[in-house]
Design a protein around this ligand. Sequence first.
Ligand SMILES: [Zn+2]
Length: 73
Amino acid sequence: MTRCPLCGGEKAPGRTIYSVDLGTGVVVVRNVPAEICKQCGEEWIGSETARRLEAIVEKARQERPDVEIVTLG
Ligand SMILES: [Zn+2]
């Protein structure tokens, strides 16, 4: 168990929503695994997950949907 560097609270594995506005459209990714601080709610996304998000955002940049909603497994 690691501690939150911001408030010293406990971090626990959980799921969050990641969204980004590309200007041409909005990408929303649900069910994103993250470490979440129980105390202040700050979230940390791992490098493997970050790479998956990057790929999703890159695809949306090229395809330019108005809204892209992805749910991670
Ligand atoms: Zn915290």
